[in-house]
Design a protein around this ligand. Structure first.
Ligand code: ADP
Length: 317
């Protein structure tokens, strides 16, 4: 369990994190989202005891991280996959970490197998691809078999297979009752992986919610309507007469906005038009997130491409 209460961090005149309160619960994968500069890294650093709050508290299992007797056994983290000695081998890197935390050698081989690096255990860190470096970072996070995992952009550099692997791994770790807290700028991936979401903007909490609720509550209401093709034009005319917007949908049928699902059904009945499908359609996480955070994008226009790609695009539909 991770708990932040009124957590605040100021750097001179900049308030990076502003009275942030949230709880990250065990047994779930919780995603941490926010535009560039929102304060995610600062929050994660304070959570791990790498930075000191200006005010408020953040605890892991009820205590500030710096007070944990055996930190690696309670909280595993991946902040920078490349923070490695380049000449050291994969196994030696993990053995060093294990030794300093009184963790046995056998556990090193175990985590190497878990992350799929058993074959390259004797390679040097500098020989690893970005994806392998990420896997090694995950291995280090898992070394102490911790109940809490904090991962900053864990899918960076992973290929499709690697991304699926980490998604399954994080879900299974949460299913074992662990607390899994991760940030990612890949919205589609976050939507598939996380059960809950904490969204921040300009250091403040924007949402702390269940993933499905977040999408369903904030979606722009739309309905997928399928009628027999002979009735499609008549249905369109009826809907447009009521002020609805009707667009062709990529999956076939029409996507209707500006009018509710029940009203569409009633109109079809009144005009004796057969309806073969009437399905509420939700926005994607990216669309909802983009609309929500648009006003809190700090460096719009100058932010790195990875952020602007998602944030400055018009919300479609
Ligand atoms: P994110 O991880 O969401 O991109 P950060 O936590 O890195 O956001 O940054 C939040 C804000 O705090 C930004 O305005 C950033 O410039 C500022 N900031 C972060 N670290 C420092 C620091 N060490 N000194 C001064 N300002 C900082």
């Amino acid at each position: 369990m991770i708990e932040a209460r009124e957590l605040t961090k100021r750097y001179g005149g900049t308030t990076a994190v502003d009275s942030l309160s949230f709880t990250v619960r065990p047994g779930l994968v919780t995603g941490f989202l926010g535009p560039n500069g929102a304060g995610k890294s600062t929050t994660l650093r304070m959570t791990l005891g790498l930075d000191t709050p200006s005010a408020g508290t953040v605890t892991v299992n009820g205590r500030p991280c710096r007070q944990l007797a055996a930190p690696l056994r309670e909280v595993g983290s991946l902040l920078d996959g490349k923070a490695l000695h380049p000449g050291r081998t994969v196994r030696r890197h993990l053995l060093g970490l294990a030794r300093s935390n009184a963790i046995g050698r056998a556990r090193v081989d175990e985590v190497l197998e878990t992350v799929g690096l058993g074959q390259v255990a004797d390679s040097r860190a500098k020989e690893l691809s970005l994806g392998m470096g990420q896997r090694l970072g995950v291995a280090a996070a898992l070394l102490g078999d911790p109940g809490v995992l904090i991962l900053d952009e864990p899918v960076n550099g992973l290929d499709t297979e690697g991304i699926r692997w980490i998604r399954d791994l994080l879900k299974s770790l949460a299913a074992e009752g662990r607390t899994v807290f991760l940030s990612s700028h890949l919205m589609s991936e976050m939507e598939l992986t996380a059960d809950r979401l904490i969204v921040i903007g300009r250091g403040r909490l924007l949402a702390d919610t269940d993933m499905r609720d977040f999408i369903e509550t904030n979606s722009q209401g739309a309905t997928l309507v399928r009628t027999p093709e002979v009735d499609a034009q008549r249905m369109r005319a009826v809907l447009e007469a009521k002020g609805a917007r009707v667009e062709l949908d990529a999956r076939g049928g029409r996507r209707v906005t500006g009018i509710g699902c029940a009203e569409i059904g009633d109109l079809a009945r009144d005009h004796r038009i057969a309806v073969h499908e009437l399905t509420p359609v939700y926005s994607s996480l990216e669309e909802v997130y983009t609309a929500m955070t648009r006003s809190s994008v700090e460096y719009r226009g100058t932010a790195p491409a990875r952020e602007t790609a998602g944030l400055d695009r018009e919300t479609v539909r």
